[in-house]
Unconditional design. Sequence first.
Length: 127
Amino acid sequence: MQPAGHLPEGCYGELVEAASTHCTQLVFLNPGLETCQANNLRRSWEPQKYSSMEQQNSMLANLQLWVADYYNRDDSWSYKVHRKIFDAHTGSKVEHTVVPLAAKAQPSDSSQNLLRSMQDEILGDHR
């Protein structure tokens, strides 16, 4: 019997590093700054974080700056640390520098659709 499939996602390098010894494949989504910022602009409302879409959008400029600094930081949410984790992984791994699914997603549900599509593609029959 296969264990349940899980796909941790996001910027949390410390979580990926902790889970990497148990993963069947490590996937690094690395489409570049322009794509990341474009996807960030299409974020759907996150009601668990913000009381309204307007409140969320009021934070967007700061979030865009934080995303832009990804390649300059050296914290656990940085390219430097993500690259180190990926390069050190000795198991199966794949890096995607082009993520065409993001371009096809609708603005109102892009993050959910992208994550769902990537989970389907990566996990396949291992759920």
